[in-house]
Ligand binder design. Structure first.
Ligand code: KG4
Ligand code: ZN
Length: 326
C-alpha cells in the first residue's frame, strides 16, 4: 500500500510516499527557515504564505521521486495537529482536495505521534540484518523533544499514544532557541549549542534543571532563566565563556531528559524507548541516552538525522496503521 503524506505544521513544507508504513519511496522537504532567521523565531504569517507557494511543487516532486503515478496512491495522509493554524490549513486543504480528486481516503495524523513513528521507517537499500526497528517491540515509551513539545508517551500499539508526562512550561527545543538568543548565537539554537558544547570537555559551571520529582513532567524555563541571569551578571568578566555556558546548559537539560525517560521506562516495564523530534538530533542526548539505556537493558532508538526534523515520511508511515484499522 502506497500512502502519500503531507506535512505543513510549521515552517517546513513536506510531501512523501511511503510503502506499507515502512519503506520511504520519496521524502521531499522545503523550508522557509531562512525567512524567519532575522526574527529569531518562526513568524506564523510568513510560514503559511511560504506553505502556499511551496506545496504544489513539493507534492509534485514527491510523486516524481517515488516513480509512481497518482493511480498507484492508495490514500492521502496529512498532519492535522498540532501546529501553526495557518500552516496546517494549507496542507489540510491541499490533502482534502487531492483525496477528493483521486477518490482515495484521507487519513489525518498527529504530528507528535508521527515524530516517534519515524523510528520505524527505512530507505531504499536498507540492510534488513541491521534493521533496528525489528528490535523495538511494543509496548514502548516514546519521547518527543522538539521546538514545541517535550512529552513522554506509553505506546501499547501504533494507534494508542497515552500521554504520561510533558513540559509544564517551555519545550526543550524552545529553551535551546531562547538560550541561543541570550548568547547571541542565532536561530535555530539547538544545532549551534550542540556544536559549541562539544568544544568544552567538562563544564565547571552548573545550571539546575527542575527535577519535578515524583512526576513524569519536565520543566525547562528555570534553566533558561538561570542562563539569562548568569549571562547578564557575568558577560563582561574576563573568564566568561559562551561555550562554557552553552555546555553547562546542555549538560543540565540532557541529564534531566535522560534520567526521567529511563525512570519512566523502568516504571512502565518497557524495554524500548523511541525518541523523536528536532532535539533528537542532539549528539549529547543521543550518546547519553544510549549508554544509560544500555545499562538498564533498554533499547533506545533515534531516527536518522533527517527524519528527526519535520518531514512527511513520518506522516505517511504512521497513517498506514490508521488505514489498516479503519
Ligand atoms: O521537530 P522540529 O523540527 O520542529 C518542531 O516540531 O518543533 O524541532 C525543531 C527544534 C528547534 O527548537 C531546534 O533548535 C531543535 O529542534 N534542534 C536541536 C538540534 N537540532 C535541532 N536541538 C538540540 N540539538 C540539536 N542538534
Ligand atoms: Zn516537529
Amino acid at each position: 500500500m502506497n500512502i502519500l503524506g503531507i506535512e505543513t505544521s510549521c515552517d517546513e513544507t513536506s510531501a512523501a510516499v511511503v510503502s506499507d508504513g515502512r519503506l520511504i519511496l520519496s521524502n521531499v522537504v522545503a523550508s522557509s527557515l531562512k525567512d524567519h532567521q532575522k526574527y529569531g523565531g518562526v513568524i506564523p504569517e510568513i510560514a503559511s504564505r511560504r506553505q502556499l507557494e511551496y506545496i504544489n511543487i513539493v507534492v509534485g516532486k514527491a510523486l516524481d521521486g517515488s516513480r509512481l503515478n497518482y493511480s498507484d496512491i492508495d490514500a492521502v495522509a496529512v498532519t492535522r495537529s498540532p501546529g501553526l493554524i495557518g500552516s496546517l490549513l494549507v496542507g489540510v486543504s491541499f490533502a482534502n482536495a487531492l483525496s477528493f480528486a483521486l477518490g482515495k481516503p484521507l487519513i489525518p495524523v498527529n504530528h507528535i505521534q508521527a515524530h516517534i513513528y519515524a523510528n520505524y521507517l527505512v530507505g531504499h537499500g536498507y540492510d534488513a540484518s541491521r534493521d533496528r526497528s525489528a528490535c523495538l517491540p511494543l509496548p514502548a515509551v516514546g519521547l518527543v523533544v522538539s521546538g514545541g513539545h517535550s512529552s513522554l508517551f506509553y505506546i501499547p500499539d501504533f494507534r494508542t499514544f497515552r500521554l504520561i508526562g510533558e513540559t509544564r512550561d517551555d519545550a526543550v527545543g524552545e529553551a535551546y532557541d531562547k538560550v541561543a538568543r541570550i548568547l547571541d548565537l542565532g536561530y535555530p539554537g539547538g544545532p549551534v549549542i550542540d556544536k559549541l558544547a562539544h568544544t568544552v570537555r567538562e563544564p565547571k559551571l552548573r545550571f539546575a534543571c527542575a527535577p519535578l520529582a515524583g512526576t513524569s513532567d519536565f520543566s525547562f524555563s528555570g534553566v533558561k532563566t538561570a542562563v539569562l541571569y548568569y549571562s547578564r551578571a557575568n558577560s563582561d568578566k574576563p573568564d566568561y565563556s559562551v561555550a562554557e555556558v552553552a555546555a553547562a546548559f546542555q549538560t543540565s537539560v540532557v541529564n534531566a531528559i535522560t534520567e526521567k525517560s529511563i525512570e519512566v521506562c523502568k516504571r512502565r516495564k518497557c524495554h524500548s524507548l523511541l525518541i523523536g523530534g528536532g532535539v533528537a538530533a542532539n549528539s549529547a542526548l543521543r550518546s547519553q541516552l544510549q549508554s544509560r539505556a544500555a545499562k538498564e537493558g533498554i533499547v533506545v532508538s533515534f531516527p536518522d538525522l533527517a527524519l528527526c526534523m519535520d518531514n512527511a515520511a513520518m506522516i505517511a508511515g504512521l497513517a498506514f496503521h490508521h488505514y489498516s484499522h479503519r
